[in-house]
Write a protein that binds this ligand. Structure first.
Ligand code: SAM
Length: 445
Protein backbone atom coordinates (compact mmCIF):
# COMPACT_ATOMS: atom_id res chain seq x y z
CA UNK A 1 0.00 0.00 0.00
CA UNK A 2 1.43 3.42 -0.88
CA UNK A 3 1.33 6.15 1.74
CA UNK A 4 -0.28 9.27 0.29
CA UNK A 5 0.05 12.32 2.47
CA UNK A 6 -2.04 14.41 0.16
CA UNK A 7 -3.96 13.12 -2.78
CA UNK A 8 -4.55 15.54 -5.54
CA UNK A 9 -7.39 15.16 -8.03
CA UNK A 10 -8.41 15.43 -10.83
CA UNK A 11 -5.83 14.76 -13.55
CA UNK A 12 -5.97 14.38 -17.31
CA UNK A 13 -3.79 11.57 -18.67
CA UNK A 14 -4.04 10.13 -22.15
CA UNK A 15 -4.34 6.36 -22.80
CA UNK A 16 -0.72 6.00 -23.83
CA UNK A 17 0.49 7.38 -20.51
CA UNK A 18 -1.99 5.31 -18.48
CA UNK A 19 -0.77 2.20 -20.30
CA UNK A 20 2.82 3.16 -19.64
CA UNK A 21 2.09 3.46 -15.92
CA UNK A 22 0.31 0.12 -15.98
CA UNK A 23 3.13 -1.72 -17.77
CA UNK A 24 5.83 -0.26 -15.53
CA UNK A 25 4.24 -0.60 -12.12
CA UNK A 26 2.66 -4.03 -12.68
CA UNK A 27 6.22 -5.18 -11.94
CA UNK A 28 5.93 -3.68 -8.46
CA UNK A 29 2.36 -4.84 -7.74
CA UNK A 30 1.19 -1.24 -7.91
CA UNK A 31 -2.12 -0.68 -9.65
CA UNK A 32 -2.55 1.95 -12.34
CA UNK A 33 -4.87 3.85 -9.96
CA UNK A 34 -2.18 3.98 -7.28
CA UNK A 35 0.48 4.97 -9.80
CA UNK A 36 -1.82 7.68 -11.17
CA UNK A 37 -2.48 9.04 -7.71
CA UNK A 38 1.25 9.08 -7.01
CA UNK A 39 2.25 10.95 -10.17
CA UNK A 40 -0.60 13.47 -9.92
CA UNK A 41 0.26 14.45 -6.34
CA UNK A 42 3.37 16.34 -5.24
CA UNK A 43 6.13 14.50 -3.34
CA UNK A 44 5.23 14.17 0.35
CA UNK A 45 8.32 15.99 1.57
CA UNK A 46 10.25 18.99 0.32
CA UNK A 47 14.06 18.76 0.09
CA UNK A 48 16.46 21.68 0.47
CA UNK A 49 20.10 21.14 -0.45
CA UNK A 50 22.38 23.33 1.64
CA UNK A 51 25.34 25.21 0.21
CA UNK A 52 27.79 23.93 2.82
CA UNK A 53 30.46 26.38 1.62
CA UNK A 54 28.61 29.30 3.25
CA UNK A 55 26.33 27.86 5.93
CA UNK A 56 25.58 24.70 7.91
CA UNK A 57 22.57 22.39 7.59
CA UNK A 58 21.67 22.94 11.27
CA UNK A 59 21.63 26.74 10.77
CA UNK A 60 19.30 26.31 7.81
CA UNK A 61 17.05 23.97 9.84
CA UNK A 62 16.82 26.67 12.56
CA UNK A 63 16.05 29.36 10.05
CA UNK A 64 13.21 27.36 8.41
CA UNK A 65 11.90 26.43 11.88
CA UNK A 66 11.78 30.10 12.90
CA UNK A 67 9.80 31.02 9.78
CA UNK A 68 7.29 28.22 10.19
CA UNK A 69 6.72 29.00 13.87
CA UNK A 70 5.69 32.50 12.78
CA UNK A 71 2.80 31.10 10.72
CA UNK A 72 -0.38 32.19 12.51
CA UNK A 73 -1.92 28.75 12.47
CA UNK A 74 1.09 27.06 14.08
CA UNK A 75 0.20 27.38 17.76
CA UNK A 76 2.65 24.95 19.32
CA UNK A 77 5.76 22.97 18.46
CA UNK A 78 3.72 19.87 17.56
CA UNK A 79 1.85 21.82 14.88
CA UNK A 80 5.08 22.65 13.12
CA UNK A 81 6.12 20.45 10.16
CA UNK A 82 9.03 18.13 10.91
CA UNK A 83 12.29 19.57 9.60
CA UNK A 84 15.40 17.41 9.77
CA UNK A 85 18.72 16.66 8.15
CA UNK A 86 18.45 13.54 5.97
CA UNK A 87 19.86 10.49 7.70
CA UNK A 88 22.15 9.55 4.76
CA UNK A 89 22.85 12.89 3.09
CA UNK A 90 24.55 15.48 5.30
CA UNK A 91 23.62 18.50 3.19
CA UNK A 92 19.98 17.59 2.54
CA UNK A 93 17.14 18.94 4.65
CA UNK A 94 13.77 17.18 4.66
CA UNK A 95 10.66 19.27 5.33
CA UNK A 96 7.37 17.48 5.95
CA UNK A 97 3.96 18.97 5.00
CA UNK A 98 1.71 20.90 7.40
CA UNK A 99 -1.05 18.87 9.00
CA UNK A 100 -4.26 19.04 6.95
CA UNK A 101 -6.15 20.14 10.08
CA UNK A 102 -4.06 23.35 10.18
CA UNK A 103 -4.87 24.36 6.62
CA UNK A 104 -7.62 26.67 5.48
CA UNK A 105 -8.66 24.80 2.36
CA UNK A 106 -12.14 26.25 2.01
CA UNK A 107 -12.74 27.76 -1.41
CA UNK A 108 -13.44 31.51 -1.27
CA UNK A 109 -15.90 33.56 -3.30
CA UNK A 110 -13.23 35.32 -5.32
CA UNK A 111 -10.98 33.23 -7.54
CA UNK A 112 -8.08 33.39 -9.92
CA UNK A 113 -7.40 30.87 -12.67
CA UNK A 114 -3.82 29.82 -13.36
CA UNK A 115 -2.17 27.68 -16.05
CA UNK A 116 -1.27 24.04 -15.36
CA UNK A 117 2.43 24.60 -14.67
CA UNK A 118 1.60 27.30 -12.11
CA UNK A 119 -1.01 25.03 -10.51
CA UNK A 120 1.61 22.28 -10.21
CA UNK A 121 4.06 24.74 -8.61
CA UNK A 122 1.47 25.90 -6.06
CA UNK A 123 1.05 22.27 -5.03
CA UNK A 124 4.81 22.22 -4.38
CA UNK A 125 4.70 25.26 -2.10
CA UNK A 126 5.33 28.07 -4.58
CA UNK A 127 3.58 31.45 -4.76
CA UNK A 128 1.71 32.40 -7.95
CA UNK A 129 3.80 34.51 -10.33
CA UNK A 130 2.16 36.99 -12.68
CA UNK A 131 2.80 35.21 -16.02
CA UNK A 132 0.85 32.13 -14.83
CA UNK A 133 -2.42 34.00 -14.12
CA UNK A 134 -5.07 33.47 -16.80
CA UNK A 135 -8.22 34.98 -15.30
CA UNK A 136 -9.70 36.53 -12.16
CA UNK A 137 -13.14 37.44 -10.88
CA UNK A 138 -13.92 41.17 -11.29
CA UNK A 139 -14.16 42.32 -7.65
CA UNK A 140 -10.79 41.16 -6.33
CA UNK A 141 -9.00 43.81 -4.25
CA UNK A 142 -5.31 43.80 -3.39
CA UNK A 143 -4.69 42.04 -0.03
CA UNK A 144 -7.98 40.14 -0.16
CA UNK A 145 -8.09 36.37 0.34
CA UNK A 146 -8.84 34.47 -2.84
CA UNK A 147 -8.84 30.88 -4.11
CA UNK A 148 -6.51 29.57 -6.81
CA UNK A 149 -7.68 27.12 -9.49
CA UNK A 150 -5.62 25.39 -12.18
CA UNK A 151 -7.21 25.23 -15.63
CA UNK A 152 -6.64 21.62 -16.66
CA UNK A 153 -8.91 22.12 -19.66
CA UNK A 154 -6.59 24.87 -21.01
CA UNK A 155 -9.71 26.75 -22.12
CA UNK A 156 -9.45 29.90 -19.99
CA UNK A 157 -8.39 32.88 -22.13
CA UNK A 158 -5.88 35.35 -20.67
CA UNK A 159 -7.71 38.25 -19.03
CA UNK A 160 -10.96 36.31 -18.42
CA UNK A 161 -13.01 38.20 -15.82
CA UNK A 162 -15.89 36.02 -14.60
CA UNK A 163 -16.23 32.90 -12.48
CA UNK A 164 -14.70 30.22 -14.68
CA UNK A 165 -17.13 27.36 -15.09
CA UNK A 166 -15.37 24.19 -16.23
CA UNK A 167 -15.36 20.67 -14.75
CA UNK A 168 -11.60 20.52 -15.28
CA UNK A 169 -10.91 23.48 -13.03
CA UNK A 170 -8.92 22.20 -10.06
CA UNK A 171 -8.80 23.90 -6.67
CA UNK A 172 -5.16 24.11 -5.50
CA UNK A 173 -5.30 26.46 -2.50
CA UNK A 174 -5.88 29.94 -1.09
CA UNK A 175 -3.76 33.04 -0.93
CA UNK A 176 -3.55 36.82 -0.68
CA UNK A 177 -3.87 38.81 -3.89
CA UNK A 178 -0.85 41.07 -4.46
CA UNK A 179 -1.51 42.48 -7.93
CA UNK A 180 -4.60 44.01 -9.53
CA UNK A 181 -6.20 43.36 -12.91
CA UNK A 182 -4.47 46.34 -14.49
CA UNK A 183 -1.02 45.14 -13.45
CA UNK A 184 -1.76 41.63 -14.67
CA UNK A 185 -3.63 42.25 -17.90
CA UNK A 186 -3.39 46.01 -18.54
CA UNK A 187 -1.24 45.95 -21.64
CA UNK A 188 2.08 44.54 -20.37
CA UNK A 189 2.32 41.17 -22.12
CA UNK A 190 5.12 40.06 -19.78
CA UNK A 191 3.97 40.99 -16.26
CA UNK A 192 6.48 40.09 -13.53
CA UNK A 193 6.42 39.46 -9.78
CA UNK A 194 4.28 37.63 -7.25
CA UNK A 195 0.56 37.90 -8.11
CA UNK A 196 -0.67 35.81 -5.17
CA UNK A 197 1.09 34.95 -1.94
CA UNK A 198 -0.13 31.42 -1.35
CA UNK A 199 -1.06 30.84 2.30
CA UNK A 200 -2.61 27.37 2.03
CA UNK A 201 -1.77 24.89 -0.69
CA UNK A 202 -4.04 21.83 -0.52
CA UNK A 203 -0.86 19.73 -0.47
CA UNK A 204 0.15 21.26 2.89
CA UNK A 205 3.64 21.93 1.56
CA UNK A 206 4.86 24.99 3.43
CA UNK A 207 6.50 27.93 1.69
CA UNK A 208 9.61 29.56 3.17
CA UNK A 209 12.30 31.90 1.92
CA UNK A 210 16.04 31.69 2.44
CA UNK A 211 18.89 33.72 0.95
CA UNK A 212 19.85 32.39 -2.50
CA UNK A 213 23.37 31.80 -1.14
CA UNK A 214 22.16 29.21 1.39
CA UNK A 215 21.22 26.54 -1.15
CA UNK A 216 18.24 25.49 -3.21
CA UNK A 217 15.11 23.37 -3.31
CA UNK A 218 16.09 20.21 -5.15
CA UNK A 219 14.42 16.89 -5.88
CA UNK A 220 15.77 14.18 -3.61
CA UNK A 221 17.14 11.78 -6.30
CA UNK A 222 18.97 14.67 -7.99
CA UNK A 223 20.90 15.12 -4.77
CA UNK A 224 21.70 11.40 -4.70
CA UNK A 225 22.96 11.56 -8.33
CA UNK A 226 25.79 13.96 -7.40
CA UNK A 227 26.74 11.80 -4.41
CA UNK A 228 26.94 8.82 -6.77
CA UNK A 229 29.99 10.44 -8.41
CA UNK A 230 32.15 9.66 -5.31
CA UNK A 231 33.62 13.15 -5.02
CA UNK A 232 34.17 13.55 -1.31
CA UNK A 233 37.74 13.36 -0.19
CA UNK A 234 39.12 13.46 -3.73
CA UNK A 235 41.02 16.65 -4.40
CA UNK A 236 41.70 18.03 -7.85
CA UNK A 237 39.36 15.81 -9.79
CA UNK A 238 38.50 16.74 -13.36
CA UNK A 239 34.73 16.39 -13.76
CA UNK A 240 32.53 16.71 -16.84
CA UNK A 241 28.81 17.58 -16.57
CA UNK A 242 27.60 16.96 -20.13
CA UNK A 243 24.03 18.33 -19.85
CA UNK A 244 24.45 20.83 -17.08
CA UNK A 245 21.80 23.57 -17.27
CA UNK A 246 20.26 25.00 -15.14
CA UNK A 247 23.17 23.84 -12.97
CA UNK A 248 21.52 22.26 -9.94
CA UNK A 249 23.79 19.24 -10.04
CA UNK A 250 26.81 21.22 -11.26
CA UNK A 251 26.59 23.47 -8.21
CA UNK A 252 26.20 20.45 -5.94
CA UNK A 253 29.21 18.70 -7.50
CA UNK A 254 31.30 21.86 -7.11
CA UNK A 255 30.25 22.12 -3.45
CA UNK A 256 31.00 18.45 -2.74
CA UNK A 257 34.44 19.09 -4.27
CA UNK A 258 34.86 21.96 -1.78
CA UNK A 259 35.70 24.41 -4.55
CA UNK A 260 38.73 22.26 -5.53
CA UNK A 261 39.51 20.57 -8.86
CA UNK A 262 37.56 21.56 -11.94
CA UNK A 263 34.12 20.94 -13.42
CA UNK A 264 33.45 21.52 -17.10
CA UNK A 265 29.72 22.24 -17.32
CA UNK A 266 28.40 21.92 -20.88
CA UNK A 267 24.96 22.65 -22.27
CA UNK A 268 23.68 23.43 -25.73
CA UNK A 269 21.05 25.90 -24.51
CA UNK A 270 22.59 29.37 -24.31
CA UNK A 271 19.70 30.90 -22.34
CA UNK A 272 19.79 28.18 -19.70
CA UNK A 273 23.55 28.57 -19.28
CA UNK A 274 22.96 31.98 -17.68
CA UNK A 275 21.34 30.15 -14.78
CA UNK A 276 24.52 28.14 -14.17
CA UNK A 277 26.59 31.34 -14.09
CA UNK A 278 24.12 32.93 -11.66
CA UNK A 279 24.08 29.91 -9.36
CA UNK A 280 27.87 29.64 -9.29
CA UNK A 281 28.12 33.32 -8.44
CA UNK A 282 25.50 33.10 -5.67
CA UNK A 283 27.08 29.98 -4.20
CA UNK A 284 30.63 31.37 -4.36
CA UNK A 285 31.82 28.57 -6.67
CA UNK A 286 35.15 29.04 -8.38
CA UNK A 287 35.84 25.58 -9.77
CA UNK A 288 33.24 25.58 -12.60
CA UNK A 289 33.94 26.34 -16.27
CA UNK A 290 30.74 26.83 -18.26
CA UNK A 291 30.67 25.98 -21.97
CA UNK A 292 28.00 26.59 -24.58
CA UNK A 293 28.49 23.44 -26.69
CA UNK A 294 26.71 20.44 -28.16
CA UNK A 295 27.69 17.31 -26.25
CA UNK A 296 26.93 15.21 -29.32
CA UNK A 297 30.19 16.54 -30.78
CA UNK A 298 32.09 16.86 -27.50
CA UNK A 299 34.92 14.46 -28.38
CA UNK A 300 37.83 15.97 -30.30
CA UNK A 301 37.96 13.12 -32.82
CA UNK A 302 40.44 14.88 -35.12
CA UNK A 303 42.65 15.95 -32.20
CA UNK A 304 42.66 19.52 -33.54
CA UNK A 305 41.90 21.34 -30.31
CA UNK A 306 45.09 22.21 -28.49
CA UNK A 307 43.25 23.76 -25.51
CA UNK A 308 42.39 21.36 -22.71
CA UNK A 309 40.13 24.02 -21.17
CA UNK A 310 37.62 24.28 -23.98
CA UNK A 311 35.47 21.78 -25.87
CA UNK A 312 35.79 19.62 -27.87
CA UNK A 313 37.77 17.59 -25.33
CA UNK A 314 40.42 14.92 -25.78
CA UNK A 315 39.42 11.29 -25.20
CA UNK A 316 39.93 9.92 -21.69
CA UNK A 317 40.44 13.31 -20.04
CA UNK A 318 37.92 13.21 -17.16
CA UNK A 319 37.95 11.38 -13.80
CA UNK A 320 34.20 11.67 -13.47
CA UNK A 321 31.41 12.20 -16.02
CA UNK A 322 27.80 13.01 -15.25
CA UNK A 323 25.29 12.41 -18.04
CA UNK A 324 22.02 13.77 -16.64
CA UNK A 325 20.39 13.18 -19.96
CA UNK A 326 17.65 15.07 -21.78
CA UNK A 327 14.64 12.78 -21.40
CA UNK A 328 10.87 12.48 -21.75
CA UNK A 329 10.53 14.10 -18.30
CA UNK A 330 7.67 11.82 -17.28
CA UNK A 331 8.83 11.54 -13.67
CA UNK A 332 8.00 15.12 -12.66
CA UNK A 333 5.42 15.50 -9.88
CA UNK A 334 2.73 16.55 -9.65
CA UNK A 335 1.75 15.96 -13.27
CA UNK A 336 -1.82 17.15 -13.68
CA UNK A 337 -2.14 16.75 -17.41
CA UNK A 338 -0.23 14.60 -19.89
CA UNK A 339 -0.82 14.52 -23.59
CA UNK A 340 2.11 12.37 -24.63
CA UNK A 341 3.43 12.01 -28.07
CA UNK A 342 4.50 8.38 -28.33
CA UNK A 343 6.96 9.05 -31.16
CA UNK A 344 8.63 11.81 -29.15
CA UNK A 345 8.86 9.65 -26.01
CA UNK A 346 10.37 6.81 -28.02
CA UNK A 347 12.91 9.10 -29.69
CA UNK A 348 14.84 10.00 -26.54
CA UNK A 349 16.81 6.80 -26.11
CA UNK A 350 18.49 7.36 -29.49
CA UNK A 351 19.83 10.74 -28.37
CA UNK A 352 20.75 9.37 -24.93
CA UNK A 353 22.79 6.54 -26.45
CA UNK A 354 24.73 8.94 -28.68
CA UNK A 355 25.55 11.13 -25.68
CA UNK A 356 26.43 8.04 -23.65
CA UNK A 357 28.99 6.94 -26.28
CA UNK A 358 30.75 10.30 -25.91
CA UNK A 359 30.64 10.04 -22.11
CA UNK A 360 32.45 6.67 -22.28
CA UNK A 361 35.03 8.06 -24.70
CA UNK A 362 35.80 11.09 -22.52
CA UNK A 363 36.13 9.10 -19.28
CA UNK A 364 39.60 8.05 -18.08
CA UNK A 365 40.16 4.34 -17.38
CA UNK A 366 39.32 3.82 -13.71
CA UNK A 367 36.93 6.78 -13.84
CA UNK A 368 33.26 6.91 -12.88
CA UNK A 369 30.31 7.68 -15.14
CA UNK A 370 26.88 8.43 -13.67
CA UNK A 371 23.87 8.24 -15.98
CA UNK A 372 20.57 9.67 -14.76
CA UNK A 373 17.13 10.67 -16.04
CA UNK A 374 14.02 12.21 -14.50
CA UNK A 375 11.70 9.86 -16.31
CA UNK A 376 10.06 6.51 -15.73
CA UNK A 377 10.23 4.73 -19.11
CA UNK A 378 12.31 1.51 -19.21
CA UNK A 379 13.61 2.45 -22.70
CA UNK A 380 15.41 5.46 -21.27
CA UNK A 381 16.55 3.69 -18.11
CA UNK A 382 17.06 -0.08 -17.67
CA UNK A 383 17.17 -0.76 -21.42
CA UNK A 384 19.81 1.93 -21.97
CA UNK A 385 21.94 0.46 -19.18
CA UNK A 386 21.60 -3.06 -20.66
CA UNK A 387 22.57 -1.68 -24.08
CA UNK A 388 25.60 0.13 -22.60
CA UNK A 389 26.87 -2.98 -20.80
CA UNK A 390 26.67 -4.96 -24.02
CA UNK A 391 28.21 -2.27 -26.23
CA UNK A 392 31.05 -1.13 -23.98
CA UNK A 393 32.95 -4.13 -22.61
CA UNK A 394 35.15 -1.73 -20.63
CA UNK A 395 32.18 -0.66 -18.44
CA UNK A 396 30.96 -2.33 -15.28
CA UNK A 397 28.00 -1.34 -13.13
CA UNK A 398 28.89 -0.47 -9.55
CA UNK A 399 26.83 0.13 -6.42
CA UNK A 400 25.64 3.63 -5.54
CA UNK A 401 26.09 4.94 -2.04
CA UNK A 402 23.66 5.66 -0.39
CA UNK A 403 21.02 3.17 -1.43
CA UNK A 404 18.02 5.47 -1.46
CA UNK A 405 15.96 4.23 -4.40
CA UNK A 406 14.46 0.89 -5.39
CA UNK A 407 16.11 -1.69 -7.70
CA UNK A 408 15.68 -1.46 -11.46
CA UNK A 409 12.75 -3.16 -13.17
CA UNK A 410 13.11 -6.82 -14.13
CA UNK A 411 12.41 -7.99 -17.72
CA UNK A 412 14.08 -5.02 -19.41
CA UNK A 413 17.48 -6.56 -20.16
CA UNK A 414 19.23 -6.32 -16.77
CA UNK A 415 20.23 -9.35 -14.72
CA UNK A 416 18.85 -9.56 -11.17
CA UNK A 417 22.28 -8.55 -9.86
CA UNK A 418 22.42 -5.49 -12.11
CA UNK A 419 18.86 -4.51 -11.18
CA UNK A 420 20.10 -4.28 -7.60
CA UNK A 421 22.95 -1.95 -8.60
CA UNK A 422 20.86 0.74 -10.31
CA UNK A 423 18.38 2.92 -8.43
CA UNK A 424 14.85 3.65 -9.60
CA UNK A 425 12.73 6.21 -7.77
CA UNK A 426 8.98 5.74 -7.98
CA UNK A 427 5.80 5.12 -6.00
CA UNK A 428 7.44 2.30 -4.06
CA UNK A 429 10.00 4.67 -2.46
CA UNK A 430 7.81 5.57 0.47
CA UNK A 431 10.68 6.61 2.73
CA UNK A 432 12.27 9.00 0.23
CA UNK A 433 9.10 9.86 -1.68
CA UNK A 434 10.09 12.13 -4.57
CA UNK A 435 9.85 12.45 -8.34
CA UNK A 436 10.27 9.55 -10.77
CA UNK A 437 14.01 9.24 -11.43
CA UNK A 438 16.71 6.73 -12.39
CA UNK A 439 20.45 6.52 -11.61
CA UNK A 440 23.11 4.10 -12.84
CA UNK A 441 26.80 4.27 -11.94
CA UNK A 442 29.52 2.72 -14.12
CA UNK A 443 33.27 2.30 -13.70
CA UNK A 444 35.54 2.16 -16.74
CA UNK A 445 37.83 -0.79 -16.29
N1 SAM B 1 21.77 18.50 -14.97
C1 SAM B 1 20.84 19.59 -14.98
C2 SAM B 1 20.58 20.02 -13.53
O1 SAM B 1 20.70 19.21 -12.63
O2 SAM B 1 20.27 21.21 -13.31
C3 SAM B 1 19.54 19.24 -15.69
C4 SAM B 1 19.78 18.77 -17.09
S1 SAM B 1 18.30 18.61 -18.04
C5 SAM B 1 17.72 17.07 -17.51
C6 SAM B 1 18.95 18.21 -19.62
C7 SAM B 1 19.76 19.32 -20.27
O3 SAM B 1 20.37 18.76 -21.45
C8 SAM B 1 18.99 20.53 -20.75
O4 SAM B 1 19.48 21.68 -20.11
C9 SAM B 1 19.29 20.61 -22.26
O5 SAM B 1 19.50 21.94 -22.71
C10 SAM B 1 20.56 19.82 -22.35
N2 SAM B 1 20.88 19.20 -23.66
C11 SAM B 1 20.04 18.56 -24.50
N3 SAM B 1 20.73 18.11 -25.58
C12 SAM B 1 22.02 18.49 -25.40
C13 SAM B 1 23.20 18.33 -26.16
N4 SAM B 1 23.20 17.71 -27.34
N5 SAM B 1 24.36 18.85 -25.69
C14 SAM B 1 24.37 19.51 -24.50
N6 SAM B 1 23.28 19.70 -23.75
C15 SAM B 1 22.12 19.18 -24.18
Amino acid sequence: MIRQAHVVRPHCFDDYFLNLLKNIYINRNISVEEATRWISSPPTNTYFRVNTLVTTPSDVVSSINEQLLKLKRVKCDEDKPLIKIHKDLDDCIVISPLKQSLLDCNPKNEEIIVDIVTGQSVLRGSHVFAPGVMGMTPDIKIDSTISVYADLAKKCKRGYQKHYDNPLKMYVGNGIMKMDRKQLFGGDMNPKGIAVEVTDSISGIPGFTLPATDGLLQNFPSIVASYALDLNGNDNLKVLDMCAAPGNKTSHIATLMKNQGCIDAVDKSKTKLKKIHKKCEEFGLENVRVHHFDSLILVDVNKRNSSTNKPPFQSESFDRVLLDAPCSNLGQRPLLKIETNENLVKSFHVLQRKLFGNAVELLKPGGILVYSTCTITPEENEQNVAWALEKFAQLELVAINPVAGAPGLPNFGLSDMNCELVQRFGPDNVENDSIGFFIAKFRKK
